[in-house]
Each structure stands twice: as structure tokens, then as C-alpha cells.
Design a protein around this ligand. Structure first.
Ligand code: PLP
Length: 392
């Protein structure tokens, strides 16, 4: 049977060129970058070369890059590390990733003034809505570049202008856009930005946090003086090499990658609409907001019959060889409907019957067509079982 992976927003396969770059560091050059001997100095040179490369790719300075263990740590480090006692207020959106929302909750529980705004119907927050929520206590705003469940893009320059006008910092989780959209921190206007290598064909367990030079920052992971005292712990040298190589390839190949994904996304959207017609509701805001090129998120509302069981839908697709998520990979497996879809105003039954397809560089037109065909078959079967006699 065909095995078709359409869950690239959850993670991507390692690019063989990235593995090739990592290999010598995983085998021969295993020194600790903090050691003073030759092996350590060699590792240090490698880490600093990667820092320069990553900084250049983001339009940043090397000293502004902190290597981390991934997107979750980068988000935690930003939300805790950029807090100041003078301005302890934090503003974010209900459609953010758990790596931001759970920290916002913890900061609120500790007494900080935290505002979690409802996003607009597309999942993005309008700069005017943000501006209205900021006050003199707001020190930090955290809003993601692309939503990982529905793909909506934020207007970061607009949001950054609103933050600047009130003296607040802007952090963005760019975990879903690295390698797909230009990430020049100056053009975006952000003060901090999170990346995770495994979302752009790099290894798991390594990420980066950009923090604008001169911004007060308290380390989140405390320990040794690594990363200029901003993140304790022995550097993951092979991971850092993989992250830098994967980001360089992604930036180099950005135009063909985007063209490939946009064409597949348009094809899949068209075919899904032909196959499912008015049975489907788009959660990805096609035509109404800017979107990332790799995500298509749809729900199958009850349509007069009993609601479809979302988990069964995913399991049936898996049996057909099509691997997808219901939303963020962290929440699938649990029966709770996605917090993002609820924030977008979907009712619980609709939000529960959701499929997120996310496309990658290895996805082909034939893959997309196969997945649409299998989804239509599974939905037809599940509806017949759920409501015998009712043909839908
Ligand atoms: N932020 C977003 C938007 C994500 O999609 C993810 C991964 O699911 C993360 C953060 C967490 O990244 P990591 O898996 O590297 O911890």
C-alpha cells in the first residue's frame, strides 16, 4: 500500500545534504565547544561560523542569535527572557502555539498582566486590534508569523509598528515560515524570532532565537556561560550545523520551493472542493487573508447528520496510507477540539472533524490527487455508517 506523508507542518524529513554536513561533527569532530583544547576550539569555530551564517540569513548580527533545543524552548526563552519588572504586561492571541499560550498562562498565574486576544475570523490579529490592547504596562507582544494549524500569516510589519508606538517589544514564532517566506528581521520589524530546524528539513531538537541587540534578556535555561550567558548547556554542535545548512538551503531555494508548494496547494484546494463540495468548510482562509503555501485545513461539519468523529477520520485516512494531522501534532491524539479552531469561532462538532494537510518538497501532484480521492472515500464511508439510509 502507498504510504503518503502529508504532515510537513508537524515535521519534515531530514534533507540528505543536511545529514552530509552534520556527519563529520557526529563522528570525528565531537569536541565540546567550551573546551580549551584543540578539539574544543574546533567545535567553537564551527558553532560561531554557523551563528554568522544564520545571522546573515536573517539580516541579523551574530551576537543576536541564541541556539536552543527547538521551537518550544525558543518561545519559552522569549516569553520569560524578555520580561522586565518595569513592564510586566504580555499580550498574545488565542490562536498561538501551546509553547506561547502555556507560558502566558504561567506568567498570568504568577501575577503578570496578561491579555490573550481573540484573533480575527481568519486567525490573524489586525494591527488596530493589537494597538487597542496595548498600554504602558505592556512590555512584550507575542504573535506568530504563520499559524501552524490553518496557515494564516500575520502582518508583522503592521503589528511591529503598533508595538513600537507603545514601546512594547514584538516576538514572533516563525517556526512554520522559516524556509518558506523571507525572514529578514529588519523588514519584519520584530525584536525576537523563534526558529526550529526540523520544520525546514533540518534535524529535530535544535532551534534558534533571534533577540535584537541591546534588548535586556534574562536566560531561560540557566547553567554555564554558553551562548554569551543567555543559554546554559553544551551546544548541540551537529544540530547547529544541521540548522545552519538547512536554513541556507531553504533561503537559496526559496523561490522554487514556494512555487512548488503554491501550485500543489492550489491543485489540492480545487480537487477537494470538487470532491467534497459543500460538505467541507475551509479553516485555511483561502482568498480572504495571506496564507502560508504548505497548509490546507478543512472541517467537515455535521451536515444534518451526526457529527463525524475526527479521530476516526484520521485513523481511517492512516489505514488508507495517508498521514495527516487534525491540527497541531501536539493536540492530535487527544479528543479535545483544536483551540485554534475554537478561537476562529468553529463550533465543537465542526472543530472536532478536521483534517490538516501539510505539503512538502517531496509531495507530488499524484500524491495530492491520491489523498483527495482517499479522503472523499473515507468521508463517504463514515457518513454512510453514521447515518445509514442517508446518502451524502
Ligand atoms: N511553534 C509552532 C508554530 C510550531 O508549529 C511548533 C511545532 O509544532 C512549535 C512551536 C514547537 O517547535 P518544536 O517542535 O521545535 O519544539
Amino acid at each position: 500500500m502507498r504510504r503518503l506523508y502529508l504532515d510537513h507542518a508537524a515535521t519534515t524529513p531530514l534533507d540528505p545534504r543536511v545529514l552530509e554536513a552534520m556527519h563529520p561533527v557526529l563522528t570525528a569532530h565531537y569536541g565540546n565547544a567550551s573546551s580549551v583544547h584543540a578539539a574544543g576550539r574546533q567545535a567553537r569555530v564551527t558553532v560561531e561560523a554557523c551563528r554568522e551564517q544564520v545571522a546573515a540569513l536573517l539580516g541579523a548580527e551574530p551576537a543576536e542569535i541564541v541556539f536552543t533545543s527547538g521551537g518550544t524552548e525558543s518561545d519559552n526563552a522569549a516569553l520569560y527572557g524578555l520580561r522586565t519588572p518595569e513592564r510586566p504586561g504580555l499580550v498574545t492571541s488565542a490562536a498561538e502555539h501551546e509553547a506561547v499560550l502555556r507560558v502566558a498562562e504561567a506568567r498570568a498565574a504568577a501575577g503578570d498582566p496578561v491579555v490573550v486576544l481573540a484573533p480575527g475570523p481568519t486567525g490573524a490579529l489586525a494591527p488596530a486590534a493589537l494597538a487597542a490592547a496595548l498600554d504602558d504596562a505592556t512590555g512584550l507582544v507575542s504573535l506568530m508569523h504563520a499559524n501552524n494549524e490553518v496557515g494564516t500569516l500575520s502582518d508583522l510589519p503592521g503589528l511591529a509598528a503598533a508595538c513600537r508606538a507603545r514601546g512594547a517589544l514584538l516576538h514572533t514564532d516563525a517556526v512554520q515560515t522559516a524556509g518558506l517566506l523571507p525572514l529578514d528581521v529588519g523588514a519584519l520589524g520584530v525584536d525576537a524570532l523563534s526558529l526550529s530546524a526540523h520544520k525546514f528539513y533540518g534535524p529535530k531538537g535544535v532551534g534558534a532565537l533571534y533577540v535584537r541587540g541591546g534588548t535586556p534578556f534574562t536566560p531561560f535555561v540557566r547553567g554555564g556561560a554558553q551562548e554569551r550567558g543567555r543559554r546554559g548547556g553544551t551546544e548541540n554542535v551537529a544540530g547547529i550545523v544541521g540548522l545552519a545548512r538547512a536554513l541556507a538551503l531553504a533561503v537559496d531555494e526559496a523561490a522554487p520551493r514556494r512555487a512548488h508548494l503554491e501550485a500543489l496547494q492550489a491543485r489540492m484546494r480545487r480537487h477537494l472542493e470538487e470532491a467534497l463540495g459543500d460538505l467541507l468548510v475551509w479553516n485555511t482562509p483561502f482568498g480572504t487573508a495571506p496564507i502560508a503555501p504548505h497548509i490546507l485545513n478543512l472541517s467537515l461539519p455535521p451536515a444534518g447528520g451526526p457529527p463525524l468523529d475526527g479521530e476516526m477520520l484520521l485513523l481511517n485516512l492512516d489505514l488508507e496510507g495517508v498521514m495527516v494531522s487534525a491540527g497541531s501534532a501536539c493536540t492530535s491524539g487527544a479528543l479535545e477540539p483544536s483551540h485554534v479552531l475554537l478561537a476562529l469561532g468553529r463550533d465543537r462538532a465542526t472543530a472536532a472533524a478536521t483534517v490538516r494537510f501539510s505539503l512538502g518538497m517531496d509531495t507530488t501532484e499524484a500524491d495530492v490527487d491520491y489523498a483527495v480521492d482517499r479522503l472523499a472515500a473515507v468521508v463517504g464511508r463514515m457518513r454512510r455508517v453514521a447515518a445509514p439510509g442517508q446518502v451524502r
